[in-house]
Design a protein around this ligand. Structure first.
Ligand SMILES: Nc1ncnc2c1ncn2[C@@H]1O[C@H](COP(=O)(O)OP(=O)(O)OP(=O)(O)O)[C@@H](O)[C@H]1O
Ligand SMILES: [Mg+2]
Length: 332
């Protein structure tokens, strides 16, 4: 599985991210991924792993915020028999499990300071001991950290070690919130809808204009995860063939009134074109002849735009054969 290919995004902000993923994947250095909740940090960590030379090795995620502090050290570094009550036998930690692969420390900002020291040592020397163990172990694992809190602020509050930050954060990838990804939001909304409609066997074609407007202007605090959840719920709830703002649980109060912030003309043009195309495809259920007619462009222009904005995937090639001048391969 190649997660980067599954990751949806053609906005300039996400192109920067994909480019960084490509670059850092080739090294063995630690990476720090930052971004609000639901922006795809875990997906990006997997993508880095899968594009790296460690691709054949394990990818081991551990959520430092979700495991009780008393268990985390042993979960991470393992323990020896009798290290503590209940340690009836030796156990390897996730770090050892990630040998020749990648260890993702999710919510790394939640690590206790004693574990921060242990992690720092591992990053510097590649060595550690199991809980209750004397033996110094070496493991060859790449560390990726992810956080949705501002580690710089945590350093100020003495909750996060500065030396660890500088070790871990040499290479950083920041995932922009969904509201800064322009047309990616609509693209995802369409893709998630297709998927949810197919897997629930519901004949839902698209969104009403009001719904598209709501999707575009809502501020998406839960980012991609929230979008996906709202679309999936809407597919179940919808009574018509098109999803309404009500189905999405997006009311007038939750979406912004008063138009869009100022964009460059180029960005605005792109946004409007994408929106019009998505709307028309949704309305005509992928029938490109009608889409082109409605938008008053030639099919050639429409195809060019579809490629330019990476919208080909919205058009089901099976139902709507493309003209011979545009072989399917160039569209997928
Ligand atoms: N670009 C994307 N394209 C498609 N799906 C995405 C994309 N980004 C995120 N997702 C999906 O959104 C959900 C949230 O992603 P993920 O778990 O990676 O976020 P996260 O940043 O780790 O969130 P949290 O901070 O809450 O742990 C997942 O279901 C993921 O598959
Ligand atoms: Mg996560």
């Amino acid at each position: 599985m190649h997660h980067v290919e599954e990751m949806i995004g053609t906005s300039p902000a996400m192109c920067v991210v994909f480019d960084l993923v490509h670059k850092v994947a080739k090294t063995d250095m630690p990476v720090l991924i930052t971004g609000e909740t639901g922006t795809g940090k875990e997906l990006i960590a997997r993508a880095i792993h899968e594009q790296s030379l460690r691709e054949q090795g394990p990818f081991v995620p551990i959520n430092c915020g979700a495991i009780p502090e008393t268990l985390l050290e042993s979960e991470l570094f393992g323990h020896e028999q009798g290290a503590f009550t209940g340690a009836v036998q030796r156990k390897k930690g996730r770090l050892e499990g990630a040998a020749r692969g990648t260890l993702l420390l999710d919510e790394v900002g939640d690590l206790l300071s004693s574990l921060q020291v242990k992690l720092l040592r591992f990053l510097q020397e590649g060595t550690f001991e199991r809980v209750g163990g004397q033996e110094t172990l070496h493991v060859e694992a790449r560390i990726i950290g992810a956080t949705n809190v501002d580690l710089k602020a945590a350093i100020e509050k003495k909750r996060f070690r500065e030396d660890l930050y500088y070790r871990l954060g040499v290479l950083q990838i920041h995932l922009p919130p969904l509201r800064e990804r322009g047309e990616d939001t609509l693209l995802m909304a369409m893709r998630f809808l297709r998927y949810a409609a197919d897997s629930n066997r519901r004949a839902i074609w698209g969104y009403t204009s009001e719904a598209l407007q709501a999707i575009r202007t809502y501020h998406w605090p839960g980012n991609v995860r929230e979008l996906n959840n709202r679309v999936r719920r809407a597919v179940i709830m919808a009574e018509g063939r098109e999803i309404t703002p009500h189905d999405l649980g997006l009311t007038r109060e939750t979406t912004q009134e008063g138009g869009d912030p100022l964009d460059s003309l180029k960005v605005a043009q792109r946004r409007i074109e994408v929106e019009m195309i998505v709307k028309a495809i949704s309305l005509h259920r992928g029938n490109l002849t009608r889409v082109a007619r409605d938008l008053d462009v030639s099919r050639t222009t429409l195809y060019r735009k579809l490629r330019e904005y990476n919208l080909q995937s919205l058009v089901p090639p099976v139902h709507h054969p493309v003209p011979s001048a545009f072989p399917i391969e160039t569209l997928s």
